[in-house]
Write a protein that binds this ligand. Structure first.
Ligand SMILES: [Zn+2]
Length: 302
């Protein structure tokens, strides 16, 4: 994918907390956090005995020990030209584009999109959903409407999950998390409990977030960014293939087989199978219609 050289970036949508040294290492995303792989990584770690079950949420120390310093991002990430050469700036541009699209889409349906910031952290982070270590992967916290990403996850996608990676593969991950924010704004998330299983609410919620990621991608090159010009110039078939490659590698069955105990246990599914994640991401990207993402009405998830 390529960014438009002259498009303006808005770094205020990102909170750079990477310099603050991180916090704890407690995985406490049991309640409220919606990740692209989080619950499963948690599950995998539990299986390996690395994390005790039922860690209570700590909500008393939200933000404690963290500081945000956007100086570097502000200095380095001004235009699409910067996004074409620096990975951090590409992430800022992607976040700008995703939120610009949803702002347009909400406006078209007569409502108002409330922006959500993405916090870049390193090691661990405190949120209104509790404290989390990087092990949980990128996630959305409904309680503070924030997205949290330890950017080393994108390296891990390649080294641990075996993905090809690439800028648009990262865009899919970020757009998936913003999909959870949209679900929160629409009230969809609150309808879903914490049950697992192949047709569970959790799986339907995750597959819908994948579909919403695809819907944004469909509109990415035509959505005006903060400066009035589209941030994204093009998305190639190779880009889409790389995003699908990630979707497949974070499917419940792939993770259970390759990063968990080796056995596929559908009753533990929380995000959907590899095939389902691919299917719903492509449904979004091919139609560009959020209404085509009604995984809750779908009798057959794929
Ligand atoms: Zn998710």
């Amino acid at each position: 994918m390529e960014f438009n050289d002259d498009a303006s970036l808005d770094t205020s949508q990102v909170q750079d907390a990477r310099g603050s040294g991180g916090v704890g290492g407690r995985v406490a995303l049991g309640g409220g956090g919606l990740g692209i792989v989080g619950v499963l990584i948690y599950f995998v770690l539990s299986q390996l005995g690395g994390v005790p079950a039922n860690i209570p949420l700590s909500t008393g120390d939200v933000g404690a020990g963290q500081s945000v310093d956007n100086t570097d991002l502000q200095n380095e990430c001004r235009t699409g030209r910067d996004a074409n050469t620096k990975p951090d700036c590409a992430r800022v541009a992607i976040i700008n584009s995703i939120q610009a699209y949803w702002a347009d889409e909400f406006a078209r349906s007569g409502s108002t999109y409330q922006p959500a910031d993405t916090t870049f952290f390193r090691g661990g982070v405190n949120t209104a959903c509790g404290s989390a270590s990087s092990d949980v992967g990128p996630f959305y916290c409904p309680a503070d409407q924030g997205i949290y990403v330890d950017l080393t996850f994108f390296e891990e996608l390649k080294t641990r999950f075996g993905a090809q990676g690439g800028t648009f593969a990262e865009a899919y991950v970020l757009a998936h998390e913003y999909g959870h924010h949209v679900q929160n704004l629409l009230g969809t998330s609150s309808r879903v409990g914490r049950e697992t299983g192949p047709t569970s609410g959790s799986v339907r919620l995750e597959l819908q977030a994948d579909c919403y990621a695809g819907v944004w991608a469909n509109h990415a090159t035509t959505t005006a960014g903060p400066g009035g010009q589209p941030l994204i110039k093009n998305i190639t078939q190779d880009d889409i293939n790389r995003a699908v490659d990630v979707a497949e590698r974070i499917g419940d069955d792939f993770i259970q087989e390759n990063l968990g105990g080796g056995q596929v246990d559908e009753s533990k599914f929380s995000h959907g199978s590899s095939a389902q994640r691919e299917k719903w991401f492509l449904a979004g990207i091919n139609t560009g219609q959020p209404t085509q993402c009604d995984t809750f009405a779908a009798r057959d998830l794929g």
